[in-house]
Design a binder for this molecule. Structure first.
Ligand SMILES: Nc1ncnc2c1ncn2[C@@H]1O[C@H](COP(=O)(O)OP(=O)(O)OP(=O)(O)O)[C@@H](O)[C@H]1O
Length: 330
């Protein structure tokens, strides 16, 4: 459990505190797209970040990488890498480099690979740039990485071109590049969603094994809660830019506490009746409710309209942002 382990011994690989990002709005107040995100991930821990489209998953990943898209602005927040505060990663004075210490894998591997460079050149370029190795050493390391991601005939693949690879193979190469410099944190942003189910499973199995083997902290971003049920140690649910629940996997799937988590589980279980039971009638009020989920919440009460709930501890290693968390789902 991330928080408990952190207190007992070493610092988490990454710790975010109160990370808040806003976008300007024409003629109005800026829109807070990420609101006070607190999140810590330990070495060897895989955290699943789940939320619907527009919840802020990619924005969170890009904020960690110091690459906020568009005219978004980091309003406040702090970030520690292995216990040391870092203002922004990737700046000249920062000891933390994107691509070396924090790597990201995205869903379209072919877009990540340069079509006019061989696989070997692309991996060795990254290794030589970040680890300052010589040509022969870098090539040897590239070969090791292709072996690690279980690419058949790795010597030959070093000289292959990206267009010669299948989607699954290309994703393995991208994972090899991401892990080549021993990063502390790897973020997978919906990285396997474009692959067919069997290949997706193989790539996720491999990713999980590498995370455990190398003791890397991993953030697995997905809209598919089923994926996190198989692969993640902890589940974090994001709704409209806020963490609404953060729980160890088993505790979460045994009993989700936030009403939105229950809705996600209903979708996961393909349960029409559960879904209907947890879908709210429209809220008849002109004012925006203080709780961001209140409009869709079947459990809302006047307090939810008046007072924003804080993310609070409800059990060791378990937090929920709700005035009236769910005790048990019928
Ligand atoms: N370039 C941008 N310009 C303006 N607003 C943006 C921009 N990028 C993100 N946002 C804001 O951040 C919110 C979250 O977007 P984000 O892409 O992180 O969602 P997501 O959870 O990753 O969704 P998806 O699963 O569809 O990728 C958006 O609803 C939008 O308000």
């Amino acid at each position: 459990m991330a928080l408990a382990r952190t207190i007992e011994n070493e610092a988490p690989v990454i710790a975010l505190r109160n990370l808040t990002v806003a976008y300007p709005r024409y003629g109005g107040e800026p829109r807070t797209a990420l609101a006070g995100i607190d999140l810590a991930i330990d070495a060897g821990e895989m955290v699943g970040l789940v939320g619907e489209a527009g919840a802020g998953k990619t924005l969170l990943a890009r904020t960690i990488m110091d690459a906020i898209p568009g005219d978004g602005r980091l309003v406040c927040g702090e970030m520690d890498y292995r216990g040391a505060p870092i203002s922004r990663i990737g700046r000249d004075d920062s000891p933390v480099r994107p691509g070396r210490d924090i790597a990201m894998i995205v869903s379209n591997p072919r877009n990540e690979l340069n079509p006019v460079l061989t696989v070997g050149t692309q991996i060795t370029n990254v290794i030589r740039h970040h680890l300052r190795l010589g040509k022969a050493e870098a090539r040897e390391r590239a070969l090791q990485m292709l072996r690690a991601v279980a690419i058949p005939d790795p010597e030959r693949r070093l000289d292959a071109w990206p267009h010669e690879l299948s989607g699954g193979m290309a994703q393995r190469v991208v994972i090899a590049i991401a892990l080549a410099c021993n990063p502390g944190l790897v973020i997978s942003d919906d990285a396997t969603s474009a692959l067919d189910v069997t290949v997706q499973r193989q790539v996720l199995d491999l990713f999980k094994a590498l995370v455990e083997d190398k003791g890397v902290a991993a953030l697995l971003i997905t809209r598919d809660i089923a994926v996190t049920a198989h692969y993640c140690d902890r589940i974090v649910i994001l709704y409209d830019g806020e963490v609404v629940e953060d729980a160890p996997r088993k505790a979460f799937f045994d009993r989700p506490h936030h009403p939105y988590s229950v809705l996600l589980m209903a979708a996961f279980a393909h349960s029409v009746s559960l879904r209907r039971q947890w879908t709210a009638a429209p809220l008849k009020t002109a004012a925006s409710p203080a709780c961001r989920f209140a409009e869709r919440c079947v459990r809302r009460q006047p307090r939810c309209i008046a007072e924003a709930p804080a993310l609070r501890d409800v059990a060791p290693g378990r937090r929920v942002r709700c005035h009236f968390p769910v005790e048990a789902v019928a």
